[in-house]
Design a protein around this ligand. Structure first.
Ligand code: FES
Length: 152
C-alpha cells in the first residue's frame, strides 16, 4: 500500500517540526491513514531529527496507535464479567472463526478489525458487540450474521 509521504510532511509542518508534538503528529497520521505506516514513522524521525526508536516507543506505548492497517469497521466484543457469563467468549470465538481473524487483528480484506474489550457499560444487554460505536445487545450467532451483512 503506497504511503502518502507528502501528507505526512504536511502534518509535521503543521506541528512546527516540534519534537514535543510527537504524539499529536502520530495522532494526525493515524487519523489520516488509519494506522502508522513504517515509512511515515521513518519520515517523522527524520523531520524531527530524533531516533526512530523514540518514535516507535511512543507508537507502541499507546493502544490507540496501530502499526498495522485497521479495518474499515472496528468490531468489539465485550468479555467483561456480565457478558462473559452470558457467552461473550463464545461470541468472540464465533467471530474469530467466521471472519478468519484473531482478536486484535484485521481481516485480510480490511473490512473488520476484531477486538475484545472489558466492559461497554451496557451489562444488562450482554453479551454485547459494538461495530463503529453502534451497540448490538443480547447477541447470538443468528444475530451476528444479520448484523455482519450490513457491513460487508
Ligand atoms: S460486562 Fe459487557 S457491557 Fe459490561
Amino acid at each position: 500500500m503506497p504511503v502518502d509521504l507528502e501528507a505526512v510532511c504536511e502534518i509535521i509542518e503543521k506541528h512546527g517540526y516540534q519534537k514535543a508534538s510527537l504524539i499529536g503528529i502520530l495522532q494526525d497520521i493515524q487519523g489520516k491513514m488509519n494506522y502508522l505506516p513504517r515509512k511515515a514513522l521513518v519520515q517523522v524521525a527524520k523531520s524531527l531529527d530524533i531516533p526512530i526508536t523514540n518514535v516507535y516507543e511512543v507508537a507502541t506505548f499507546y493502544k490507540a496507535f496501530s502499526l498495522e492497517p485497521k479495518g474499515k469497521h472496528t468490531l468489539q466484543v465485550c468479555l467483561g464479567t456480565a457478558c462473559h457469563v452470558r457467552g461473550g467468549a463464545r461470541v468472540l470465538n464465533y467471530l474469530e472463526n467466521r471472519l478468519e481473524v484473531k482478536s486484535g487483528r484485521t481481516t485480510k480484506d480490511l473490512t473488520f478489525t476484531l477486538e475484545s474489550v472489558n466492559c461497554l457499560g451496557a451489562c444488562a444487554l450482554g453479551p454485547m458487540m459494538v461495530i463503529d460505536k453502534k451497540y448490538y445487545g443480547k447477541i447470538n450467532t443468528n444475530k451476528i450474521e444479520s448484523v455482519l451483512k450490513k457491513y460487508q
